[in-house]
Design a protein around this ligand. Structure first.
Ligand code: DC
Length: 231
């Protein structure tokens, strides 16, 4: 059975990783959350005191890059891939609001992107991968057989992210969550290098009114229509 590459891009908190994980599990593919990599660099810079009050010197971040080693392991009990920074499981820490507030600026740095993209391409070199992010279909895997561009209503996205924070005991107001999404979308779509844009050959998936199951069913149908064997 030929394995393909599935690239999922889109706005913040529109369910890219939920769909990517479900697809990977259904197809027996690897799942890679490329945003987690940029979050790791941001977390490391925060821990090292290089980012203070939402500002940093680019060259200070660059000095840290060689100290950052990323890896991913599949957790069989949660059935999900977890992110490790220098051997430490940081899956929870990288989702903190303070990381979300700084990650777009960190991800706009040229050398940070060069390093992350090299890792992403290496992880995908044998296909059989679902990767989500902002520039996967446009830049990381321009030859991906299936490209999805995801979007959803801003209030729905905010509610989903707000619920996620609440379930983890992080109490952030609905408005702060919403402002962060809007700000990140703006920065991610307006940066100079590899901004978030819809690839010409991407299929738009607006999941505002779709359940997770409907969304998965829709994409599995798309894959079948591509006459690819996904059994
Ligand atoms: O998917 P996420 O929200 O965890 O991503 C965090 C940030 O990382 C996002 O706001 C922009 C950046 N990012 C990127 O620049 N390129 C990617 N391929 C993935 C994420």
């Amino acid at each position: 059975m030929t394995k393909i590459t599935i690239a999922i891009d889109g706005y913040s908190a529109c369910g890219k990783s939920t769909l990517a994980k479900a697809l990977a599990s259904k197809l027996g593919y690897a799942y890679v959350d490329s945003g987690a990599m940029y979050r790791c660099v941001t977390l490391y810079a925060l821990r090292k005191g290089v980012i203070k009050d939402h500002s940093f010197q680019e060259n200070e971040i660059l000095k840290l890059l060689d100290e950052i080693h990323l890896s991913f392991k599949f957790n069989t009990s949660t059935k999900s891939s977890e992110t490790f920074l220098n051997g430490e499981n940081v899956e929870k820490d990288i989702r903190q609001m303070v990381v979300s507030e700084n990650v777009s600026k960190v991800s706009a740095i040229h050398d940070v992107r060069v390093k992350m993209i090299a890792i992403q391409r290496d992880l995908g070199k044998n296909r059989g991968i679902v990767m989500d992010g902002r520039d996967i279909g446009t830049n990381v895997f321009p030859d991906a057989e299936l490209k999805l561009f995801m979007t959803a209503d801003t209030d729905i996205r905010t509610q989903r992210r707000f619920d996620e924070f609440s379930s983890k005991g992080q109490h952030i107001s609905f408005n702060d969550v919403k402002l962060n999404l809007i700000q990140r979308d703006h920065e991610d779509t307006h940066r100079k290098e590899n901004p978030l844009t819809q690839a010409k050959d991407a299929i738009v998936l607006d999941n505002t009114d779709l359940t997770r199951e409907q969304q998965l069913e829709y994409v599995i149908k798309l894959i079948s229509d591509l006459t690819l064997n996904v059994e």
